[in-house]
Design a protein around this ligand. Sequence first.
Ligand code: 5GP
Length: 236
Amino acid sequence: MTLLYEGKAKQLFMTDDDKVLRLVYKNDATAFNGEKHDVLQGKGELNNAISVLFFEVLEAEGVQTHFIKKISDTEQLVRPTRIIPIEVVVRNITAGSLARRLGWEEGKSLPEPIVEWYYKDDALGDPLVNDDHIAALGVAKTEELEEMRMRALHVNKILLDLCHKANLLLVDFKLEFGVLEDGTLLLADEVSPDTCRFWDAKTKEKLDKDIYRYGLGSLQAGYENILSRIGGVVHD
Ligand code: 5GP
């Protein structure tokens, strides 16, 4: 089957049906724009299982996504979209680049969620951009940005609720959106501990990709912990 796209952690293949693509989760872990790279057994299965569960919950809550169905431990079927090259980051608690940029201590609850845009460009290191930059780049319309902001905040509410029940803090996360030929906006890419920060609500232990970024222990143990708390399974 034709490989359409290969990213750091996933591959996207065509299928016999032009309205369906096959998304494969790899075991590769990368950080710092590809400077750090390892292959971690079981990571693909864990991310596939967690992302499937989140997409199913989001769909059930009325969020339109590209997700169709899980077909194996590491694969799911998705709808083809034109990805808007803007990463939408939503933050509830200070961490990562926000804490660094503003000199803020990590772990402080924000009074309101902060939504940020990053321009997807590896060569530039995905720079932070504002609405005017995006208009000048010509990569998303004003209405699309407004819609992406509203959808991202809706996703945040749903995930916060799910995390609360699982004794997890949803610190921040990154979303990507894609557009169908008729202009319909869909949540695309993945929602997993590769793209979200999750901390234990009591101990503040990091359970997401920061384990790998900062060498804090076993990434798989963290991801398994998240999966079991949210009620997902690796093998159906
Ligand atoms: P930060 O800007 O603090 O590095 O990241 C904010 C949130 O967005 C974190 O949950 C992080 O995992 C996610 N994020 C931002 N950019 C990327 C990216 O290029 N790839 C992945 N996997 N996650 C990202």
